[in-house]
Design a protein around this ligand. Structure first.
Ligand code: BG6
Length: 476
């Protein structure tokens, strides 16, 4: 038996891609609402076009998403049928504080999540709650400039205090910021940042990152004070950077790229900036102005565990013959040894085992895989069923690599939540057709469809995987 009996099997979602109900229950407008589908999406997510409201020319897929807001009972029943032990979801900040800076929270928003948690409790499913998954109330962006402004640390603390207090009877597992390193790649999405022409974007991003890191440490502190049983983790978009060749420059570049991501976790897990980050700040002319109190805060409030998403590995090179840079948020060259998904992401199960070993070697804290999966197009067969063997194959190989890391390498792992366990909106492209789920949702890229839920072939397969605690990964 390779996995512990209390291993947390489940699935993962995020409010901005799943919840919908954007203008219901007193919820305020958020950055994720004004991020359109189509060619302008990338400009908005990267903070180079100032988009503050909805217009008639664009379609905004996150507004209704797949409407968990009205379907949560039905969805949770399906998760329970698969045997989930844990369900990862996020809180929409603007549902709790519609503008973000109110003194008092929105009671209707709190009640919505309470209802969801009660429903999960009935099925013995533990919630794993991401406090911030790419969302920020729009008002905090237009009035405060997003996470560049240290005032957001205070407002986030207020949010955390409300969540930890009110949801204490239901929630023990928390993540402070989803893929905190995404701030470097999609800064409007990751931190509500918008840039002026000529602005030093790197500097602004690291300043915002510093504020998020302080806020994350505050969350750990407040969360432990309110409930010492709380388990509070960080979350990084992981995936090894491989040197394309053994050329020393390629190896060095891969190390630098790795550090770019892990710098955040270095702070969250070890409690201080690594030396290489201090040097980088010097080069940028950035002085985050860390006070002795802040240094203490970071040092005393490190996370309980390290969570991460893993979809793919990346390959980097300084050699022109390595070919052009590909990929969306993370750029890299093509790895000649790996096949790619329909969206060009390299499929690398062994890379998951390598990643788990690297993270554990570096931090010696338990790990939690909170996202993994294959984004693919699903076409119903003549009987209307989705026979998604490609998804099963991807997950089989990754789960085997995960088990090897636990059993053969001794990496402590708390759980595994498959991303988009029910079809939802893609974060990078805004498409509905990039599906990850065990549960199909009838909706297309333009928002047409009945939102009806149905089980794919992978639904029964994952149910068996959970029932056997990962011992039986086979498929017929
Ligand atoms: C991670 C995010 O980046 O990857 C999710 O935390 C996202 O929000 C997931 O959906 C998969 O990416 P995509 O672009 O295929 O949705």
């Amino acid at each position: 038996m390779s996995l512990p009996n209390n291993f947390l099997w489940g699935g993962a979602t995020a409010a901005n891609q799943y919840e919908g109900g954007w203008n219901e229950g007193g919820r305020g407008l958020a950055n994720v609402d004004v991020t359109p589908w189509g060619p302008d999406r990338r400009k908005v997510m990267s903070g180079t076009s100032r988009t503050h409201c909805l217009d008639a020319e664009h379609f905004y897929p996150g507004l209704d998403a797949v409407d968990f807001y009205h379907h949560y009972k039905e969805d949770i029943a399906l998760f329970a049928e698969m045997g989930f032990k844990v369900f990862r979801m996020s809180i929409a900040w603007s549902r709790i504080f519609p503008r973000g800076d109110e003194e008092e929270p929105n009671e209707e928003g709190l009640r919505f999540y309470e209802d969801v948690f009660r429903e999960l409790q009935k099925s013995n499913i533990e919630p794993l709650v991401t406090i911030t998954h790419f969302d920020c109330p729009m008002y905090l962006i237009t009035e405060y400039g997003g996470w560049k402004n240290p005032k957001l640390v205070e407002l986030y603390k207020r949010l955390c205090t409300v969540l930890f207090t009110r949801f204490k009877p239901y929630v023990k597992w928390w993540l402070t910021f989803n893929e905190i390193n995404m701030i470097l790649h999609l800064p409007f999405m990751g931190a509500g940042l918008e840039f002026d022409a000529g602005e030093n974007q790197e500097k602004a991003k690291y300043l915002a990152a510093h504020n998020e890191l302080l806020a994350s440490a505050w969350a750990v502190k407040i969360g432990h004070e309110i409930n010492p049983d709380n388990m509070i983790g960080c979350m990084v978009a992981a995936g090894e950077f491989y040197p394309w060749s053994p050329k020393p420059e390629d190896v060095f570049l891969a190390q630098q790229k790795e550090r770019e991501n892990l710098m955040f976790i270095d702070v969250q897990a070890r409690g201080e900036y690594p030396r290489y980050a201090e040097k980088m700040f010097e080069r940028l002319g950035l002085d985050p102005g860390i006070t002795p109190e802040q240094a203490r805060l970071l040092k005393d409030n490190t996370v309980d565990f390290i969570s991460f998403s893993y979809y793919t590995s990346r390959c980097v090179s300084t050699c022109p013959e390595a070919g052009e840079q590909v990929g969306n948020a993370f750029k890299g060259v093509k790895n000649p040894y790996l096949k790619i998904s329909d969206w060009g992401w390299a499929i690398d199960p062994l890379g998951l085992r390598t990643t788990m070993n690297s993270l554990y070697d570096r931090y010696q804290k338990p790990l939690f895989i909170v996202e993994n999966g294959l984004g693919a197009k699903d076409e119903p067969d003549a009987d209307g069923r989705i026979l998604d063997d490609y998804r099963i194959q991807y997950l089989q190989a990754h789960l085997q690599a995960m088990k090897d890391a636990v059993e053969l390498d001794g990496v402590p792992l708390l759980g595994y939540t498959a991303w988009g366990c029910i079809d939802l909106i893609s974060a990078s492209t805004g498409e509905m057709s990039k599906r990850y789920g065990f549960i199909y949702v009838d909706r297309d890229d333009q928002g047409n469809g009945t939102l009806q839920r149905s089980r794919k072939k992978s639904f029964d397969w994952y149910k068996k995987v959970i029932a056997t605690n990962g011992e039986d990964l086979s498929s017929d």
